[in-house]
Design a protein around this ligand. Sequence first.
Ligand code: SF4
Length: 195
Amino acid sequence: MTLSRRQFLKLTASGVGATSLGALGFAPGRALADVRNFKLASATQTRNTCPYCSVGCGIIMYGLGDRSKNARLRLVHIEGDPDHPVNRGTLCPKGASLLDFVNSPDRLKFPEYRAPGTSQWQRVTWDWALDRIARLLKEDRDKNFTVRNAAGLPVNRWTTVGMLAASAASNEVGYLTHKIFRAMGMTAIDNQARV
Ligand code: SF4
């Protein structure tokens, strides 16, 4: 066979390459098939619920770090949970972009309070926020609870405050939320999962 100089160089280079890769045990098909495993193999999986809408899709969050002391977990991937009965592994575009939401520098991570008449928000503790909510609820209930209606019939209702429960809460949390507030006489109760 007669080869030109260019053909000879091409043939030699591809031959050396193939021989070297083969000697190193490199199999392109296998390597490509393994890419997905490499990406998440060492990640920690955490199941959760998408916080956006009332559908309440299940998600799996993948984080780098093994949760050992001083290791800071960083989420690197979020996908739909294939075992979740609501979405069976699928996510809408909003849910599929959850990683940006989680890692956003603008994400609110603690309670804040804006006092009446000011434009400034100040960071407060959860204890402070929950105490204040409880105190305001009690004051309002003490002031507005109705024992009997105009006809003298017992009604035991509290109609000046409403409650909207989160759709991302579990059935148990939703059940307890309704039980507690109904027991206090609140009538305006709803759940985001219904709207
Ligand atoms: S993934 Fe989409 S449809 Fe599912 S809960 Fe989130 S926002 Fe709603």
